[in-house]
Design a protein around this ligand. Sequence first.
Ligand code: FAD
Ligand code: SF4
Length: 510
Amino acid sequence: PKHWVLVLGDQLTLDNPALQLGAPADVGVLMIESADESRVVWSHKSRTVLFLSAMRHFAGKLREAGYTVIYNTLTDTAQRSLCEMVFDLCLQHSIRRIDLMEPGEWRLEQGLVDMARQRAVEIRFHDDPHFICSRADFARWAAGYKQLRMEYFYREMRRRTGILMAGAEPEGGQWNFDADNRSAYPKTGPGSIPEPAGFEPDELTLAVMADVERHLPDNPGTFARFGWAVTREQALKALDVFIDHRLRQFGPYQDAMWTDTPFGWHSLLSAAINLHLLNPLEVIQRAEAAYKTGRADLPGVEGFIRQILGWREFMRGVYWMDMPKMRQDNALKADVPLPDWFWTGQTHMACLRDAIGQTLEHAYAHHIQRLMVIGNFALLAGLVPQQVEDWFLAVYVDAVEWVELPNVAGMALFANGGRFTSKPYVASGAYIKRMSNYCGGCRYDPAVKTGDKACPFTTLYWGFLDKHEALLAANPRTGLMAKNIGKLSQAQRIELRGQVARTFEKLQSL
Ligand code: FAD
Ligand code: SF4
């Protein structure tokens, strides 16, 4: 081949500009499964199965299209790093230059650039067309602001793309329908929710499962319920099912939680989008078309589009601006080690038991479970950000660092001191009670902050206000929280501090 292209595990699209450098017969492709990548963090088995199965399917597609593919499986690469493998292949095949689409991950980009220099191989990066805003465009937009706020970025993106616009104005006269999108399920429960698409593992996926059991037997989680889309065709089917059956109630119930309802009305498309099986713009356009043809309401559709055109693009932009600092930040000096039950789900706290339990079973939890249950607990308990980040990167089927890290460090943990959030997102048990049925089946009481029945969220929430009172008082957005803690008498504060200390003592067995 005249050209050699490296295709990374989350770049599974024929739209890759590096693949267009010549006719398929003139382009060779390198693809590498690295067990090391599943050990950088202790990756959930379903996450590894998804990545590797999708890669093997895509390699087949490339061969069908006429590309020469050199593909190294886990077996070939057992103990070597991805970067070492790439440049060993270059040596073996006398490759002097490789082209690739820009990686999603900072560490990998640095590693490739460093090793290319050492091994005297030229490396060329190409823009990733699966992002609507390029890294350079984001940096230009950000340069105009003292504080980065997703809302302003999102409006700019709406204007730029014309999505949900009526001329120069937002469709329906407002940019944001969040207020309509925050319902809990009815007291009687979520009712019957149409099933999301699921796909039986085919022979290739079964072979990957066997490899994962052989090479990574001790990794966490299970693939017993694995039904994720591993090809573009399946991902398109999953998109159809979501648009046709689930989008209509996505909006109102996007924040709602209920026992044994792991997926709610959510799309379950994040992994397919992150792996490049779906283009985010096509997903957005399908949702917009559902609104325009009267099949879904504006508030829900706006809410859905905001997540992808707004949050997803914004997170990626901030990640590339703030790395590697984002990975090191610990603004609140949090220093409590991650409790072991994060890896088993065995805790008496019903909300965390459900959210972590489904995470280990499906490698999935929806946004509010991640943010307001698991992330909220990590923030309130002052867990070490880097340990929490590693956990989030390990356990979700959609976990890739460029989107995981800003969500965990920035949104959930306030580890970057509010670079793009106006305040720490902390909540007591009362929030979880309002948005779910978890508290009904729990040994703790969300309304109680001290005593045997005290809900750890509520105790730690008040403990957080107590510990960070000065910080909260200095921020107009959190002034009210500081006022609330200020109302406690000295005796109440002493009682609270005693309860907080006891909660930390039994953190492993809460
Ligand atoms: P839906 O609720 O159906 O939303 C639609 C789409 O919007 C998603 O598929 C996703 O592409 C996008 N989206 C929604 N929220 C966000 C967000 N906050 N940031 C970026 N994109 C968003 N998402 C990941 O893709 N990978 C991660 O590793 C990841 N880690 C997270 C960690 C924490 C602590 C939090 C709070 C959020 C995280 N998210 C992550 C964002 C979000 O929770 C998931 O994208 C979403 O839950 C995936 O499920 P879904 O496809 O059913 O999403
Ligand atoms: Fe979670 Fe507290 Fe409710 Fe129990 S009482 S489910 S710990 S919020």
